[in-house]
Every structure is written in C-alpha cells, then in structure tokens.
Design a protein around this ligand. Structure first.
Ligand SMILES: Cc1cc2nc3c(=O)[nH]c(=O)nc-3n(C[C@H](O)[C@H](O)[C@H](O)COP(=O)(O)OP(=O)(O)OC[C@H]3O[C@@H](n4cnc5c(N)ncnc54)[C@H](O)[C@@H]3O)c2cc1C
Length: 248
C-alpha cells in the first residue's frame, strides 16, 4: 500500500442529490497516490499550511477509480457539525486538502462477494463494481439501501454493470415503496429488485446461494453496520466472513 500523501485539490463539481447528499469531484494538484477500491481519504475544508499541523478533517471513502490518478470523487451526507460546515464551504473552484490513502477495507479477489451498502456507504464499493469484467468467474451481489430511489447513488452505473456482467446481481432497498422505480427495474433485460424498508438480511440471503461460502462486506453508518452484522452472524455466517467498514 502507498504511503499517505497530502494533496491540495480544487473542487471541480458538486452534484446535489437532494436530502443533503452530495457528490464532490476534486481536481488534485498532482498525481493521486495509488490506492485500492474501498480505501478512504481525510478531507479538510480548513486552511492548511504543509509546515503546520493537519487541521480538523473527516474521512470519506474514495468513490473514484484508482485508475484515474487526476481526479478524486467522494460522496457525503450532512450528518453533524463538520459535514454541515462542508455543505456551506464547498463551492466549485474552492480549495480543499486531502490526505490518502487509508484503510484496509479491500475486497478480496479470491471469493464470491456480497456487498451491502447503506446511503453514502456505497462509495466504498463503486470503483470495485465499475471495474467488474463480463468474463470474471466470480459472483458479486450488491444489496444497497437508501431513503428513496433518487438517493441510490451511481444507480445508472450499477444497472449498466448488471446488464454487462453475468455474475453481478443487484437488489435495492428504499424506505418507501416506489412503484415506478420497481417496475422499471423489473422490465430490464436482466431484472433487479427493489424492496421497501431497511436492508433486510433474510431477503438478501434468500437470493444468495450457499451464503456460508461467501464473504459479506458492509459499508455505511455505524447503526446499520452493527444491526446487519449481528443479523448475518445470527444466521450462522462465520464471523470472518462478515467484514465491515466501520464508520465511527
Ligand atoms: C472509514 C470511513 C469512511 C467513511 N466514508 C464516508 C463517506 O463516504 N460518506 C459520508 O458521508 N460519510 C463517511 N464517513 C463518515 C464521516 O467521516 C463522518 O463521521 C460523518 O459524516 C459524521 O458527520 P460529521 O462529521 O458532520 O459529524 P460531527 O458531529 O462533526 O462528528 C462526528 C464524529 O467525528 C469525530 N470527530 C469529532 N471531532 C473530531 C475532530 N476534531 N477530528 C476528527 N474527528 C472528529 C467524532 O467521532 C464524532 O462523533 C466515513 C467514516 C469512516 C470511519
């Protein structure tokens, strides 16, 4: 793994998804160090002098592809004090500092994987999913929950991969039922499902053959992670087959 580096970036674009959820594209001042899908960066909107201490920051999964060394993408949801400050401070053209890469939440290439994401937690999986190749022999399931279909980030990319990669399956969960979205998914050449309510372990396991042989990766807010990892373990999955990207 690369040594973490601090890089100044300019905000290139901000996508407002509604519900105080944003995607931020950054143009780094130099090449991004190599990193793996699932790793994260620290981002500060405060002034930083490289000769001084690193200021207050928060961590965000890197949603962009490791192959793109000239751009970084993160998605954030406004939760508390610092992300509220980010919402006010981040404008196109403004400067931020990041340091990266960090973390060991990397999907193992050897086994079939079940990816479970809540909200902006999908960022930890995006680059991995985008890199899946049609000829890959491994099977990958994505179970992704958000408040409403509009907040299912990267859904077009997921659905495009669903159509191209035979071993990739998708199920979505939204808080309330959305008949139009559900029927759109059902009409796809390779259909996907959308359930209403929080991510439901029983529904996921019912769609994954021989789940005990798969590795489950969970990314999202701490409350979701602890509930779902407890549910998975109570279904008899070995503890080392349940890996979490703990957002604390
Ligand atoms: C590995 C990982 C990946 C994450 N990826 C994402 C992501 O992709 N998108 C996303 O929206 N969120 C992500 N988060 C959560 C994000 O980092 C924030 O913790 C979350 O958004 C909380 O909001 P806040 O910082 O506004 O809350 P705040 O209320 O400002 O702080 C929340 C927590 O931050 C910590 N904290 C408080 N003060 C400081 C300080 N001075 N310096 C450092 N930490 C402090 C404390 O644990 C505090 O409880 C990730 C977290 C982790 C650990």
């Amino acid at each position: 793994m690369s040594m973490p580096r601090k890089i100044r970036c300019v905000v290139e674009s901000i996508t407002d998804h509604g519900g105080r959820v944003y995607t931020v594209d950054l143009a780094p001042d130099g090449m991004v160090p190599s990193f793996h899908p699932g790793q994260f960066l620290h981002l500060t909107v405060d002034d930083y002098d490289p000769a001084d201490f690193w200021p207050e920051s928060r961590v965000f999964s890197i949603a962009s592809s490791p192959r793109d060394r000239r751009r970084l993408r993160v998605c954030y949801s406004v939760k508390g004090r610092y992300t509220t400050k980010m919402e006010l401070a981040l404008k196109v053209g403004s400067e931020v500092w990041v340091k990266l890469p960090y973390g060991e939440f990397v999907i193992d290439n050897a086994s079939d994987a079940v990816l479970i994401a809540g909200g902006t937690g999908i960022s930890a999986f995006t680059a991995f999913i985008e890199a899946l190749k049609p000829e890959s022999p491994r099977k990958v399931w994505l179970a992704y929950g958000a408040r409403k279909p509009q907040l299912l980030l990267y859904q077009e990319s997921h659905l495009s991969q669903l159509g191209h990669v035979p071993g990739f399956s998708v199920m979505f969960f939204t808080e309330t039922a959305d008949a139009e979205f559900t029927s759109r998914l059902a009409a796809l050449p390779k259909p996907a499902e959308c359930f209403s309510g929080p991510i439901n372990v029983a529904a996921v396991l019912a769609r994954v053959p021989e789940p005990a042989g798969k590795v489950f990766y969970l990314s999202g807010p701490p409350v979701m992670l602890s509930a779902l990892s407890a549910d998975l373990k109570s279904q008899g999955l070995p503890a080392d087959h349940v890996r979490t990207d703990a957002w604390e």
